[in-house]
Design a protein around this ligand. Structure first.
Ligand code: 2IT
Length: 449
């Protein structure tokens, strides 16, 4: 029986955010893990903690006007949701994708709050983006769009206020244009305002690899817990962007291999492994702007399955690295019947709620949640902020060691939180509880704001 306060709050939040399904799904997922904690803390209800936690501190929506190559005026909608600043300046990525809407921004900002808390670094939660579609746009159009986006965003951000980074559709290239415009408007070299920068103007070593590397470090901790070995294992991945690239690279280093990748057009199956030059080709595919994974099979002669997802392939570990709602109930059933015991979320909310309940209900299955698994990206962003504020730069090895230690700590604190709440080795609930605890403490300490 779920705690009555949680039940009441969920009902209210449902009413209030009826048109925001992704956001509602995330709030439900997080709050339903907090039963024992809320039972232990009746004071949460008196100060409306759960109601406050589910309401962004600030939601900014703005017009972005730019001119395309044909001289036509284009209008997009921009967002920045500053969800929770209790433990540090707002921090989170910017996504450029046609699917961007308020529900997606809010679910990502809510998740980011707990993810950032889990990293143990001082960063609050935020998310931003636009319904701008970078696909098929010229470089000049992308630059003008980034400049127009920053013309409004600059007034809401700053190194001690809100520090955006990249996400889907926003990589180092776009961050460069965004930073250039910020610097021009501010008339100051405040490079701590954005992370994921190029190395020549304050970017961190390992930031491009960090999300993927961090995810594999996290998986290594699970394997250690299970007395299992990484070498020789096969991994089914979806996506072929920055995250899948980092995962494939680190897997190869550890003697394991990625055997699938996917795109909006279908998936490729490469039983020999996505290794060596094939990994570097992923960057080329991404930079082409075609958004087609079939290019990989054309180049390397492996199988391509148009319009399908890789979840029916037999693999030791399943890692969705693409975007939300990538694994539905049918896919989850396929994963279950593969005999694998590892389902590792990497993308934000890759699993539909019915699929997640099914997987979580399997006794022999270990499910790891994206807010913990992909936290290496934002953790390394926080390391970039530290380097910027100290005006120095750490070596690859220094950053990588810190990232590795952070991922181990995230795994261990999640496992401990679950154990302490009588939930066994439940990494999903554990991450929610551990992430929530620090934000809750900070909000309580700071009074009603
Ligand atoms: O989802 C994420 O954590 C990101 N897109 C990275 C955020 C960041 O500030 O590096």
């Amino acid at each position: 029986m779920m705690n009555a306060y949680i039940q009441r709050v969920l009902t209210e939040i449902k009413k209030k955010n009826i048109n925001e399904p992704e956001f509602l799904q995330t709030v439900e997922e997080v709050y339903s893990s907090l039963d024992m904690m809320v039972n232990k803390h009746p004071e949460y209800e008196k100060i409306g903690l759960l109601e406050r936690m589910a309401e962004p501190e600030r939601t900014i929506s703005f017009r972005v006007t730019w001119v395309d190559d044909a001289g036509r005026v284009q209008v997009n909608r921009g967002y920045r949701v500053q969800f929770n600043g209790a433990i540090g300046p707002y921090k989170g990525g910017i996504r450029f994708h046609p699917s961007v809407n308020l529900s997606i921004m809010k679910f990502l900002g809510f998740e980011q709050t707990f993810k950032n808390s889990l990293t143990s670094l001082p960063i609050g939660g935020a998310k931003g983006g636009s319904d701008f579609d970078p696909r098929g746009k010229s470089d000049g159009e992308v630059m003008r769009f980034c400049q127009a986006f920053m013309n409004e965003l600059y007034r809401h951000i700053g190194p001690d206020i809100d520090v955006p980074a990249g996400d889907i559709g926003v990589g180092t290239h776009e961050i460069g244009y965004l930073y250039g415009q910020y610097r021009r408007i501010r008339g100051a070299f405040e490079n701590g305002v954005l992370t994921g920068k190029g190395f020549s103007y304050g970017g961190s070593r390992i930031r491009p690899e960090a999300t993927g590397y961090g995810a594999v470090y996290y998986v290594s901790e699970i394997f250690e817990h299970e007395n299992d070995r990484m070498d020789g294992k096969t991994f089914a991945l979806s996506g072929f962007g920055n995250v899948a690239w980092g995962v494939a690279k680190k897997l190869e280093e550890l003697g394991a291999k990625a055997i699938t990748l996917s795109g909006p057009d279908g998936y490729i199956y490469d039983p020999a492994g996505v290794t060596g030059k094939k990994i570097e080709y992923m960057l080329e595919m991404r930079n082409s702007g075609r958004d087609k994974v079939k290019d990989y099979s054309d180049r390397f002669g492996c199988a391509f399955y148009p319009g399908e997802k890789p979840w029916g392939v037999k693999a030791d570990v399943y890692m969705p690295c693409a975007t939300q709602n990538d694994v539905n109930l049918l896919s989850a059933k396929k994963i279950m019947s593969s005999g694998s015991k590892y389902y590792i979320e990497v993308a934000n909310m890759p699993t539909t709620s019915d699929a997640l309940s099914l997987l979580l209900g399997q006794k022999n299955m270990i499910v790891a949640p994206s807010k913990a698994v992909n936290a290496g990206g934002v953790a390394t962003s926080a390391l970039e902020m530290s380097q910027n504020s100290m005006r120095l730069s750490w070596s690859e090895q220094e950053v990588d060691e810190k990232l590795h230690a952070i991922m181990k700590k995230i795994h261990d604190s999640s496992a401990m939180a679950a154990e302490a709440n009588g939930l066994g080795y439940n990494l999903v609930a554990g991450a929610n509880i551990a992430g929530f605890a620090k934000v809750a403490d900070a909000m309580i300490a700071q009074g009603l704001i």
